[in-house]
Design a protein around this ligand. Structure first.
Ligand code: 5RP
Length: 226
């Protein structure tokens, strides 16, 4: 799915993060149009002799990595040295993710990695997080979880599929509630609240996980340590 800024900006961010990958590393492969640039660049580096293994975070990133010729492994077999992943919004190093409904697997891989490099374009940067938070729920919990999220101050909307009638169904067979909370003053507290709702598989708040933010623009790329 294509979202956010220019393709050139996304490519610069993706290639900047891919340049941080060294021989022998296990790399978490994020999902989305910006992470896709990193995956394609890593594929080109593998063609030129780079020796890495990738751990995909979604059906999309697995397919892309296969096409790019990146050997794959799994979390049962290896720990990622680094993960490269996109974001829907970035503020103060914290992220909202899940625009592609892949945030559950992304969080597992990103949290397991020694370092998480976030790739973004300037449209993703904000002073304070205020984007709707995607919450993956078990299908049976759709209504009860929505009620609890409303009670916590959120406004949940079941994510509808495009080019299919009915809801988005995640790679894990679950549904997604996009939950607007307005300005999120305390992402850690909201993350804990959402995690405690019965039937919530994972939410898209990534708090304290990012190590570097690579922001590409039409002019170049800036890298911020978190
Ligand atoms: C998928 C994600 C993506 O990383 C996020 O939506 C950013 O995507 P893009 O780089 O296409 O804007 O969290 O679940």
């Amino acid at each position: 799915m294509k979202r956010g800024g220019s393709e050139a900006a996304k490519r610069r961010a993706g290639e900047s993060a891919a340049a941080a990958v060294d021989d022998g590393m296990v790399v978490g492969l994020g999902t989305g149009s910006t992470a896709a640039h990193a995956i394609r660049d890593l594929g080109r580096q593998v063609d030129s002799g780079l020796d890495i293994e990738g751990i995909p975070t979604s059906f999309q990133s697995r397919e892309l990595a296969r096409e790019a010729g990146i050997p794959l492994t799994a979390l049962d077999e290896a720990t990622p040295d680094v993960a490269i992943d996109g974001a829907d919004q970035v503020a103060d190093g914290d992220l909202v993710k899940g625009g592609g409904a892949a945030h559950a697997r992304e969080k597992i891989v990103d949290a397991a990695a020694d370092r998480l490099l976030v790739v973004a374009d300037p449209t993703k940067e904000a002073e304070v997080l205020d984007a709707p938070v995607p919450v993956e729920v078990l299908p049976d919990a759709r209504s009860t979880a929505a009620d609890e999220i409303e009670a916590a101050g959120g406004d949940p909307t079941l994510r509808a599929a495009e080019r299919k009638d009915g809801p988005v169904v995640t790679d894990n067979g679950n549904l997604v509630l996009d939950c607007a909370f307005g300005t999120i003053e305390d992402p850690g507290a909201l993350a804990a609240t959402l995690s405690a709702v019965p039937g919530v598989v994972e939410h898209g708040l990534f708090v304290g996980l990012a190590d570097e933010i690579h922001v590409g623009s039409d002019a170049g790329v800036t890298v911020r340590q978190v």
